[in-house]
Write a protein that binds this ligand. Structure first.
Ligand SMILES: Cc1cc2nc3c(=O)[nH]c(=O)nc-3n(C[C@H](O)[C@H](O)[C@H](O)COP(=O)(O)OP(=O)(O)OC[C@H]3O[C@@H](n4cnc5c(N)ncnc54)[C@H](O)[C@@H]3O)c2cc1C
Length: 384
């Protein structure tokens, strides 16, 4: 029996088509867009044409019917050109629409998902609040039921795509006394809803990916906009975080790969002391470490994605092997990516954006806590 680490022919074709688009359509615009901190206006429509938006969604909703391995591969390939835009793609498709897809009714999915797949709708997900980051369950946004409506008050911060989003999934406390068990998930249309406002946050890195500080002031939502059930938000949130952590590992992989490729090229071209700097053993050591780090990150991430694809319900959350694997994937990719970026900077500068993957989707500390918790399970099998 052999253990196959190769991509299939179909996966290679996907990678090639996304790379052709990223290197010819996206890359030439990036310098100007980065300077202006602007997302390309047709970014999501272009992803729609490539079939990337609905890559893991069922064909009946306009998706490609593929899995999280392919999603990860697409984000890695976009991430080779822009870590920030790969994150925006993931925030819309995986964090927002994929989460919605798992919990919405069939009619809601038929109405929304084809527009997500075509790129007509851009999505965002709101968990983080100014006073609730790692401790997400301490959120204070409230949704109070009044007749057949919910009235929402509160705020969310650091929301990727917030300033451009057509559709949003977010969490609010519906019965605060019940703490984590008193939280629910909702969706709505930010551009069409009164009582909602968004301020764009200026960032040092991850430019071109718009980030928002959102405010809900007596925002009214019809009761049909509740997803996953009343007070069931914690299950929606934790179930979705695993696929988020796995697929967003691709953003880190893409920039790790770019760091490596650009560093090899520069080390061969840059001449000092009459020789290319690639001839010096200390530069060779960095390049060897960068390569090893990238390949090991890749193994961690694709293994977690393949494991997720092999599961019937593809759900993570407390008490699952997927929870540990997903946290380990982004922990390793994030921290290794930061080291690789530091080596690339040492060789020729750039790529500070990589640091985000030690922070977003649960910080490294939080991912370690999840891994340790799952290691303590009585049925833990060390080989998995
Ligand atoms: C560019 C960007 C995009 C983002 N996009 C989104 C988005 O689309 N949607 C969304 O909801 N959120 C988003 N986030 C928010 C992100 O998920 C949070 O930044 C992250 O969860 C950390 O929260 P915090 O920044 O409030 O840090 P804090 O939670 O305040 O943490 C500060 C420090 O304390 C440490 N710490 C906290 N608790 C513990 C503990 N128990 N043990 C040990 N150490 C601990 C942390 O690890 C960290 O080092 C985004 C963030 C950024 C920067």
């Amino acid at each position: 029996m052999s253990l196959n680490f190769e991509f299939s022919e179909e996966q290679r074709m996907l990678e090639e088509s996304v790379w052709r688009w990223a290197s010819t359509w996206l890359e030439p615009q990036m310098e100007k867009l980065y300077e202006e901190d602007k997302m390309p206006p047709d970014f999501f429509k272009e992803l729609g044409k490539l079939g990337v938006n609905g890559i893991a969604f069922e064909e009946e909703y306009g998706g490609a019917g593929l899995g999280y391995v392919e999603t990860l591969l697409a984000y890695e390939t976009i991430g080779r050109v822009s870590n920030a835009l790969a994150m925006s793609a993931g925030a819309s498709q995986t964090l927002c629409f994929d989460n919605f897809r798992r919990h919405a009714t069939d009619d809601q999915k038929k109405e929304i998902l084809p527009k997500a797949c075509s790129g007509e709708y851009i999505g965002c997900l709101g968990i983080t609040e100014p006073n609730a980051g790692s401790d997400a369950m301490s959120m204070s946004t409230r949704a109070v039921k009044k007749g057949n409506k919910y009235i929402v008050n509160g705020s969310k911060t650091f929301i990727t795509n917030g300033p451009v989003a057509d559709f949003m999934v977010f969490y609010a406390k519906t019965e605060p006394d019940k703490k984590a068990r008193g939280m629910s998930a909702f969706f709505f249309f930010p551009k069409k809803t009164k009582g909602f406002s968004c301020e764009k946050i200026k960032k040092w890195g991850m430019r071109t990916s718009p980030t928002g500080l959102l405010t809900f002031e007596d925002m009214e939502l019809p009761e049909e906009n509740l997803i996953g059930g009343f007070n069931r938000g914690v299950g929606v949130l934790t179930g979705g975080l695993c696929t988020e952590r796995i697929t967003l590992s691709g953003c880190s992989l893409g920039s790790q790969r770019s760091c490596l490729e650009l560093s090899i090229k520069y080390a061969k071209e840059r001449v000092q002391f009459g020789r290319p700097i690639a001839d010096f053993q200390m530069i060779q050591e960095k390049l060897a470490n960068m390569y090893t780090g990238y390949i090991s990150s890749k193994m961690m991430a694709y293994r977690a994605a393949a494991y997720c694809d092999s599961l019937k319900d593809k759900r993570g959350g407390k008490g699952t092997d997927l929870d540990r694997m997903a946290a380990a994937s982004l922990l390793y990719c994030g921290e290794t990516g930061t080291k690789i970026a530091a080596d690339a900077i040492q060789i020729h500068g750039g790529y500070l954006d990589q640091k985000l993957w030690d922070i977003g989707a649960g910080t490294s500390e939080i991912r370690r806590m999840i891994i340790a918790r799952e290691l303590m399970r009585d049925d833990f099998q060390s080989g998995r």
